[in-house]
Design a protein around this ligand. Structure first.
Ligand SMILES: O=C(O)CCC(=O)C(=O)O
Length: 225
């Protein structure tokens, strides 16, 4: 990507909160990612929750995904778009081949960035990703949305369908409202998702660290008596 392409991409990303780069990886690479994700998840127990089609933590199942999450070709682009370091959280495999695997409009987090690399053809018919352009700048208006609660935004004037082919990547702000509808035609729709929203447990850990330090101090004080 040359300088003027990078400037244009950043302008779109800042305005819309979502951009697509076509053929970001080759079809062969997309096939390889898909094969590894299938292999890494094949022995996991079957889940029956509404998001059973989402497997997070691929980086713990196969180091290949750790490498991709931390040092994949998307990382410099994400840092250019964010203007700061992209803080990796997890890599996930999102599949969809049944009607009920629908994710309703929602935001993921307030800061950071998310990627989704298409591993199959994906469009509105098989439950591809949909976005509301510019919604990352209207957080209050969309704060109430939840991924498990239906909200019909299909006629919203800012709706944007991320129709993609294997190897395309969509990059979005975690607070750009997004969703994926039912899979009407039943064709397999798989994608690799990586979250860069830092460590969601950091605050919790800090709190625990403080408790632990306080307990240690109290113990030392008791021992000194
Ligand atoms: O892949 C999907 O169907 C939904 C993706 C999504 O909601 C997300 O990346 O947060």
């Amino acid at each position: 990507m040359n300088h003027s392409q990078a400037v244009a991409l950043k302008a779109d990303f800042d305005r819309d909160g979502v951009v697509i780069i076509r053929d970001f990886v080759t079809r062969e690479t997309a096939r390889g990612i898909c094969a590894r994700a299938e292999a890494a998840t094949k022995d996991l127990p079957t889940r029956h929750d509404p998001f059973s089609n989402v497997t997070k933590g691929l980086e713990r199942l196969d180091e290949y995904f750790g490498e991709l999450l931390h040092r994949g070709p998307q990382v410099p682009i994400l840092e250019m778009l964010l203007g700061k370091r992209a803080e990796p959280t997890t890599a996930s495999f999102f599949t969809k081949d049944k009607n009920q695997q629908e994710v309703h409009p929602h935001s993921d987090a307030m800061d950071g960035v998310v990627i989704w690399i298409a591993l199959d053809e994906t469009n509105e018919r098989n439950g591809g990703l949909q976005f509301l352009k510019g919604s990352h700048k209207r957080q209050e208006e969309f704060r109430h949305l939840r991924a498990h609660t239906p909200t019909d935004l299909s006629d919203h004037p800012d709706r944007f369908e991320a129709a993609m082919s294997p190897g395309d990547i969509v990059i979005f702000r975690p607070n750009t409202v997004h969703w994926s509808g039912p899979n009407h035609d039943g064709s397999v729709r798989r994608g690799l998702n990586c979250f860069y929203v830092g460590n969601p447990f950091k605050k919790w850990k800090k709190g625990r660290e403080k408790d632990w330090q306080a307990a240690r101090k109290a113990k030392l004080a008791a021992m000194a008596k």
